[in-house]
Design a protein around this ligand. Structure first.
Ligand code: FES
Length: 98
């Protein structure tokens, strides 16, 4: 079953969802959708409230940037990656694989 419909995701505007006890930040970039753990690896901030540019998301709290594709922390103060999850897009159905 789909977690969300593709047309509910606006380009570059992250959406927070809950699945299997995890809080996930879903971000659409063009026709691709990326899923990362919603909690910043630096401290307790919700990444879905951050700013997206290209394939990067910036934590609103202290400004660390993460790569949406890999979860890697690109800038300080974060040094650890956030977990990423595979996403399947089938027509309008978006499913996060956990
Ligand atoms: S909580 Fe995200 S950079 Fe500090």
């Amino acid at each position: 079953m789909a977690d969300i419909n593709l047309d509910q995701l606006q380009n570059g505007t992250p959406v927070k969802i809950e699945k299997d006890g995890k809080t996930i930040c879903l971000t659409r970039v063009g026709d691709e959708v990326f899923a990362i753990n919603d909690t910043c690896s630096h401290s307790d901030a919700s990444l879905s409230e951050g700013e997206v540019s290209d394939y990067k998301i910036e934590c609103w709290l202290h400004g660390a940037e993460f790569d949406l594709r890999t979860g890697v922390a690109l800038t300080l103060p974060a040094t650890q990656a956030v977990e990423t999850y595979a996403v399947t897009v089938d027509g309008n159905s978006v499913t996060v694989e956990i």
